[in-house]
Structures are given as C-alpha cells and as structure tokens.
Design a binder for this molecule. Sequence first.
Ligand code: GSH
Length: 194
Amino acid sequence: MKLYVSTTSPYSRKVRVALIELNLEEHIEIILEPPFNDSTSLHNANPLGKVPALILEDGSSLFDSALICRYLDSLCTQTLLPQPDDWMRFRGETLADGMTDAAFNLVVEKLRPDAEQSQKWKKRWENAIQRALKNIEENIDALTGVDLESITTAVALAYLNFRLPGFLDDYPKCCIWLAKFEERVSMKATRFGV
Ligand SMILES: N[C@@H](CCC(=O)N[C@@H](CS)C(=O)NCC(=O)O)C(=O)O
C-alpha cells in the first residue's frame, strides 16, 4: 500500500501515528505529496485533492484520515478504536479533528495577502479553537490510553504549537498531557515539517 502525505499536514500525521501504533509501517510506502502541487497521482487517489490518501493493493484508494485509520485498524488484531457504543470517545476524536479543521483554515487564511483576509472568518475559527481547547482541557484527565481519540487530540494540539503558537498558553493541562504523549516513538517519528 502507498500513503500520500505532506509533512506539515495534521491529518497525514494522524494516520502516520496510527500506522506506527498499529505496527503497520513496513506494509506501507510513504510518499511525500504536497497537495498544493496538484499532482495527477494525488488527484487520481483523492478527487478532493487532499492528503492523506491511501492506495490499496488492488489500486483502489481511500481518503480522509478518519476513514484511513479505520481501514488500517481493521487489518490488525489490536485496535485503536473504542467500543462501538462509546460515544464520548468518538466525540473526543471528532472534537480534535474539528479543532484541526478550524486551525488549518486559519493558517491558510493567514497566508493570503493581508487585504484579502477575512477578519470575520479568522475570528470565527479562533473562537472555535478556544472553545474546543477549553473543552479538551476540562476532559483531558480521562485521556489515558492510546487510541484514535488520544492520537487525534495529540496531533491537533501539536499542530497548534507548530502553526499557531500561543494558543495553548492558557491550557496548562493540555500542555502537560501533550508533552507526555510526544514522548511516544510514533510522535517523535512524525514531527511536523521533517
Ligand atoms: N478531512 C480530511 C482533511 C484533509 C485535508 O484538508 N488535508 C489538507 C492538508 S492538511 C489538504 O490536503 N488540503 C488541500 C486542499 O484543501 O486543497 C482528512 O481528515 O483527511
């Protein structure tokens, strides 16, 4: 299998961390494919033109980090998924993914020329990040295992530190929790931009 990724993409990192935690690294070739290069191979793998995208052995493809993680998980005896009815764990993963969406939108907006940036949307995404962080901070003591919720949360917090430093300053429990999670081999091996 082949996995198209970008080294600065939080969604790519989520899948790469999951890959390592599932001990599947040897079965997957990582291909660096910055999405804004608009390569035909990425477009063939993912019509949406986004990373990550996974090419399966039969040449078909899957995309969207959450779906790819679930597919990879299905190949293993161990699992990163919560019990099917553990809705609060799924909620946690969704919250972290949504915070990453807001952060990514904000980062991309800030890359535009100053005069073209929307102050309204920037404020909206900043507010969403702040509310999500408050919620994560309140619940982070329950995040003790290694699963898709904790992986997604760790990558989302690390992405804020990478692209939007300062956001975590008011969330000490998140900082302590992230520092501990970042000691994992899977996090060290997938640092942003490397
Ligand atoms: N929901 C998707 C989001 C993927 C995504 O937005 N990836 C970004 C890189 S971080 C991308 O490829 N963007 C290119 C674009 O928006 O055209 C996922 O979880 O995989």
